[in-house]
Write a new protein. Structure first.
Length: 643
């Protein structure tokens, strides 16, 4: 038994609160729906479903799933985007006693093969737009989601028999793995309920509208979706895969949003480009990375009624483990704390022998309580390594999880995040194992060795830089283009290095290890000095180049350079888009930047107006009409609630 001496001083105490600990997610939802059958539950554009609609439709869909072979404990895959139909499928799967597994259709086929092969879903539902992609994966036959939901309309919508236990897995979500194998985290019904129901530090109610703009494979959606639906509130779904800062701001206004969960990087952009919109929110939860102190204080001082929370937590502990409400008067010194444990949860700062360290000392952050996942799917070795019995709680089955993060306990009782212990990083809120990228690079037979490092140039500007040593001079010539193509075909976008350098050999330290410090020192994303950079031809190209330089933080940009080849990623695209709307093209859609990734093409599009004059006017009219409809619905809903 580990000594617990000093635990009350150096460990975060659990705050007990009442919540349906022994229930399942679908049981709680059904009870909420029974009490609010006519209240709006889901909104997506012009489409709305009430709680009664959702309950009835998911009963029908669950019966259709059972006809297709779904039984308790089955894994059900969803190759789909963020939309009402996907969420109906998730809830229906839970009503079958099954486990839902979100799959991102934007991922390359190779990145989907391992999760699907390991989880072995009994059925995969794919939207028609991704149906052809799905049929190529492991030779599996996909089921057309829209067709199956239509078939379900002929089935009974009566309640199904209660199935499942609170300790059963509700979903499996894959995260980056250090061995090249992503890990499937099994999160329980109890973990979801502990996060979203009965929290003393943050309560949601029927008057709240939550904005859902997160990726379905990003665990913050656990808070978005179930935080709304288990508390009788409205969930407003933002459609599309490329959502700009201004589209998010428009959605907050249109849907009368009161609750928004987002990443630190996107929060910083919202403060910079749409600070006034944040004042419409009651609750803003920010996580996934380190929160900027100036941006945090700017937000809460501009909007005294805004409850801004700095949240922390891994997927392995049901999304959020600790949170800290940012006060306008500040918190003393240091970074924004990650705060204290949620209700029915624990957070400990421990030494290498799992003993509590004194306040102010650095240690490893462990998290425990009802949110701890069952472990990693079909990975008992790794589960035993990262999950263990919690010696600080009386329950014999209490467990805790090693986050791998360094932290310290402040004198005021709040936890302060220090950084990672291992080779795991977070960029734009997404967890990435650098070793997994190295593993992919080493699969190329022309590569003798590989190293991947993180370049941190301040603020949110963190970029992955890859180095590969070629087996020969001839191989080096082949690798320059082949390896970049291989990475794009194998890894999801957020894991693709911002720059790839092919070397004759990697630097080695005196003890024979790869000298990663030397690689970080030479890591560059900028255009190589020896490369000829095309000068701008006209004023608009010069203005665009200036915007690109600021977003990419580089000195040399040519008119024919590709934005993504210069290290640009989705976050930088959003920054460029926001500046373009402010200074040059108020109506440009963010998708046009993905379609035209060179200065020359983008400038030509802006000069001619492209199809933008007509399309922008039409889109603006559509947005205005949608906003009017959404606002009318919001007012109607508030009137009903008041009555």
């Amino acid at each position: 038994m580990v000594s617990t001496e000093g635990a009350t001083r150096a460990c975060q105490p659990e705050i007990c609160a009442s919540y349906p600990r022994d229930s399942c997610v679908h049981e709680v939802f059904t009870a909420v729906a029974a009490g609010r059958p006519g209240a709006v539950a889901l909104i997506e554009g012009d489409r709305e479903l009430t709680y009664g609609d959702v309950d009835a439709r998911t009963n029908q869909i669950a019966r259709r799933m059972q006809q297709l072979g779904v039984v308790p404990g089955s894994v059900v895959g969803f190759l789909s985007v963020r939309c009402i139909d996907t969420l109906l499928g998730w809830l229906a799967a839970l009503k079958c006693g099954a486990i839902y597994m979100p799959l991102d259709p934007s991922y390359p086929i190779q990145a989907l093969e391992h999760p699907i092969g390991e989880a072995n879903p009994v059925v995969i539902f794919a939207q028609r737009s991704h149906f052809d992609i799905q049929q190529t994966i492991l030779g599996r036959q996909a089921h057309d989601l829209e067709h199956e939901w239509s078939e379900a309309e002929h089935l009974s919508d009566a309640p199904l028999p209660e199935i499942g236990a609170a300790t059963d897995a509700a979903y499996v979500m894959y995260t980056s793995g250090s061995t090249g194998r992503p890990k499937g985290v099994l999160v329980t019904h109890r973990g979801i309920l502990r996060l979203n129901v009965g929290q003393e530090l943050l309560t949601l109610d029927a008057a709240d509208c939550t904005l859902f703009a997160a990726s379905l494979t990003f665990d913050v959606c656990t808070r978005d979706v179930w935080g709304a639906l288990l508390n009788g509130g409205r969930l407003a779904i933002v459609s599309g895969t490329r959502v700009s800062v201004h589209e998010l701001a428009d959605a907050i206004v249109s849907y009368d949003v009161t609750v928004f969960n987002t990443t630190a990087a996107l929060f910083h952009l919202l403060v910079e480009h749409s600070l006034e919109t944040l004042g419409r929110l009651r609750v803003l939860i920010v996580g996934g990375d380190v929160m900027s102190v100036p941006r945090a204080l700017e937000a809460v001082r501009a909007h005294p009624t805004l409850n801004l929370y700095n949240a922390y937590g891994p997927t392995e502990n049901a999304t959020i483990s600790t949170w800290f409400r940012v006060p306008a008067e500040g918190w003393g010194d240091g970074p924004v704390p990650i705060g204290r444990a949620l209700s029915n949860s624990s957070a400990y700062v421990l030494d290498d022998q799992r003993r509590p360290v004194a306040a102010g000392e650095a240690g490893t952050l462990w998290v425990g309580g009802d949110g701890v996942a069952l472990g990693y799917l079909k990975r008992p070795d790794l589960t035993c390594e990262r999950f263990c019995i919690d010696p600080f709680r009386a329950e014999v089955d209490a467990r805790m999880y090693n986050t791998g993060d360094l932290a310290r306990l402040r004198a005021d009782g709040n936890i302060e995040f220090i950084g990672r212990q291992d080779r795991q990083v977070k960029i734009a809120g997404k967890r990435i194992e650098l070793d997994e990228i190295e593993h992919v690079i080493r699969q190329n037979t022309d590569v003798a060795d590989a190293a991947v490092v993180l370049q941190h140039r301040g603020g949110d500007d963190k970029r992955i830089i890859a180095f590969a040593a070629a087996v020969s001079t001839a191989a080096r010539l082949r690798l320059t283009q082949a390896l970049a193509l291989q990475l794009r075909e194998t890894l999801p976008e957020h894991m693709i290095p911002a720059a790839l350098h092919i070397l004759d050999e990697l630097p080695i330290t005196t003890n024979g290890k790869i000298d990663r410090a030397a690689l970080i020192a030479r890591a560059v994303v900028d255009v190589p000095a020896q490369r000829v950079v095309d000068d701008p031809h006209e004023d608009i190209e010069s203005r665009l180049i200036a915007i690109w330089k600021a977003a990419l933080k580089i000195e040399r940009v040519g008119r024919t350079d590709n934005f993504f080849d210069l290290g640009g990623r989705s976050l930088q695209i959003l920054e460029v888009h926001a500046e373009l709307r402010r200074t040059i093209a108020p109506d440009i859609a963010v998708i046009e930047l993905f379609r035209r990734p060179t200065i020359a093409n983008l400038a030509a599009y802006l000069k001619s107006g492209g199809a933008s004059d007509t399309e922008a006017m039409t889109a603006a009219k559509d947005r205005a009409a949608q906003q009017k409809r959404a606002l009318a619905r919001a007012r109607s809903q508030r009137t009903k609630t008041a009555r």
